[in-house]
Design a protein around this ligand. Sequence first.
Ligand code: SF4
Length: 317
Amino acid sequence: MFGLKTDWELDVPERYFTLEDYEGGVARWCPGCGDLAVLTAVQRICRDEQLAPEQTVCVSGIGCASRFPHYMKTYGFHGLHGRALPVACGVKARRPDLTVWVATGDGDCCSIGAGHWLHAIRYNMDMTVLLFDNHVYGLTKNQTSPTSPLGMKTNTHPSGAFLPPLNPASVTLGMTNVSFVAQTVDWNPAHLYETILAGYRHRGLAFIRILQRCPTYTHSMYEDFQRDPSRLLLLTHENGIKVDPSLDRVLKNRLEHDPADLAEGRAIAEQHDPLPIGLLFHDESRPCYQDMTYHGLDMNRDERREAFERELDRFLV
Ligand code: SF4
């Protein structure tokens, strides 16, 4: 064809993404907020795994943690309260090529979003869900959340929360088709990084409960755990979260747990002191709903029209 030169060799430089390529707006969380550590871990993973920013989406609902997409220089969707998971499932259903991160809080996911939580686990679509569990509604200034401990005084329960808290990890482990559940803490960056990385590499929905400090409203909740690392129980196994040997000196309290053992994982997840961290359950063989929703995405327009008409013809009378 005239003007079409086919023997050019373009010397396109290989792209290399640095941390800056993932750094969005300046984070406006309170000083010392655990959310900052999670943001840093995810940005580092994006860089280390060289995820193209234009192929990455962060989805959130409403709450302090849900500001997450604003601080990532990727695509993002800051949605409605409790609706992070259906939006993320919608994105994944039509764009299988994108990496999807979900940032949701204990109020967002375990209260108003609980119905979506249940079904998203069952759908098991390929995404990494970060549950920022700070045990309080921080954005609305100190209200009792589903994970607030008994007796915790808040603006909505000034005499103390009177219902036992829900445990997001053990609840998730009881849901149909669960495939990956892990627990970590925001104040151990090495463990936090490795846990989120393992979740990212899992094919299916990786649910990661992150015990997150809120210095503004629940400042004393994890002080003792930070001061005394023996109150953390590190789950170890050859198929579990790999931790850097430098943690050997710090995290000496350990338990060998096979992440294939769902019943044991649930029993461990119920513990609070010592607080278990690591991979509670992993099963890569669980069905992913996306394998069905991707069907037909590779058809061209004519093929789709034909398939559509074929389908309609089935109902001709
Ligand atoms: Fe973080 Fe708590 Fe401040 Fe929210 S209120 S930004 S959770 S420290």
